[in-house]
Design a binder for this molecule. Structure first.
Ligand SMILES: *Cc1c(COP(=O)(O)O)cnc(C)c1O
Length: 389
């Protein structure tokens, strides 16, 4: 029987030791011992599957990887210290000098930094398509293109990209489709079901969901993961067993947290849509979202992030943020606490004005990451801040 998401997230555990712990213990060990020379030889030759050294694998990271693979419908995976270690190692393991990437323009700031600052040093160039111009993707493909890369919903504009459409283009041109699924989590969206080859997560966000630990993971096609594993074995970006242990526990509550946070997000978005001091609101499950149909097709719920524009541009935004009493002013997202961010002056401040507008960041734009507080208290805080504008 195929079990449901919630059941896998709670019940998929590594084997118990003879102590029969109900909750999986923490394996804080850098290495593992062998019975004899032959076992050691066979283990290093990979004739025998077992843990050798925690840079390669560890029972806690194995458990976290196995859970995410089941929840994403992936064959294999590797877990990293951070989301950016996952992004960087995936690209570095699979690309060669002279290769080319076609990426959505709207990607996480640090990923954009890799594309613009470091990859060109190794003669790896990137071409960008606007989130609402997926029809242009094909025209960007060159003979040396290797990947199509995207995030959906995007940060901070919560635009939605059609994964089925992008995977059809990737297949037609023999390219890999790689999706950073951080905003959706495996609970809300499974890109592999729509044809993605690899899925990346920053586990730091909703997967932990309580703002405690950093983590990242890449899952997907087993042959590709093997390449990523071999690269990572040498370069050492692996997730710590402690963080893996925390994150495996976090997964047990992901569905209930995401249900509540998505419900809060939809309620806030509906409230803001009617507010006279709000110019526009974007949320994937609002009918007014330009890609509402695509969001409904590929997402279980609309996600935990709402974007909106307050009246009065930069000054209006400043008054709004200075008036917030309960919600946290922070650049993080996916926490149990509601967070409001001003992308134009913080996470995306380094972008030129045209680039900000190209990814949908306007002066008075607010990104709100919904937490687990009662929705009436969240709305009350945002309402009193809007009144001050
Ligand atoms: C935060 C984030 C990352 C990077 O994750 P870290 O764990 O902070 O390294 C990558 N992609 C997206 C979409 C993110 O939101």
């Amino acid at each position: 029987m195929n079990k449901h998401f919630e059941t896998i997230a709670v019940r998929d555990q590594i084997e118990r030791t003879e102590n029969k712990e109900h909750s999986v213990p923490l394996y804080l060990t850098s290495g593992f011992v062998f019975d004899d020379a032959e076992e050691m030889r066979a283990s290093f030759a990979e004739e025998k599957q077992r843990d050798l050294y925690s840079r390669y694998s560890n029972p806690n990271t194995n458990e976290f990887i196995s859970k995410i693979c089941k929840l994403e419908g992936a064959e294999a995976g590797f877990a990293f210290a951070t989301g950016m270690a996952a992004v960087y190692s995936t690209f570095a393991a699979l690309l060669s000098s002279g290769d080319h990437i076609v990426s959505a323009r709207s990607v996480f700031g640090a990923t954009h930094g890799l594309f613009t600052k470091y990859f060109p040093k190794w003669d790896i160039e990137t071409s960008y398509f606007g989130v609402n111009e997926v029809e242009n993707v094909e025209s960007l493909i060159q003979p040396n293109t290797k990947f199509i890369y995207c995030e959906t919903p995007t940060n901070p504009g919560v635009d939605v990209l059609d994964l089925e459409y992008l995977s059809a283009i990737a297949k037609k041109h023999n390219l890999l489709l790689i999706v950073d699924n951080c905003f959706a989590t495996p609970y809300l969206q499974n890109p592999i079901k729509f044809g993605a080859d690899l899925v990346i997560h920053s586990a730091t966000k909703l997967i932990d969901g309580q703002g405690r630990v950093l983590g990242g993971i890449t899952v997907g096609n087993a042959e590709l993961i093997r390449e990523i594993y071999l690269f990572s074995r040498l370069t050492g970006p692996s997730m710590s067993p402690f963080n893996a242990w925390v994150l495996s526990k976090s997964l047990e509550t992901l569905a209930v947290r995401a249900d509540r946070q998505c419900d809060n997000a939809l309620k806030l978005a509906e409230y803001l849509e009617k507010h006279p001091k709000v110019k526009w609101v974007k949320y994937p499950f609002l009918k007014s979202h330009p890609k509402y149909d695509v969001a409904k097709k590929q997402m279980r719920l609309g996600g935990t992030i709402v974007a909106f524009e307050v009246d009065g541009g930069v000054a209006g935004g400043k008054t709004f943020f200075d008036s917030i009493e309960m919600c946290s002013l922070s650049a993080n997202l996916g926490d149990s606490r509601t967070i409001v961010t001003h992308p134009a002056s913080t996470t995306h401040a380094k972008l030129a004005k045209e680039d900000k507008l190209a990814v949908g960041i306007t002066a008075g734009m607010v990104r709100c990451s919904l937490g687990l507080e009662h929705i009436e208290d969240i709305i009350a805080d945002i309402e009193q801040a809007l009144e001050k504008i």
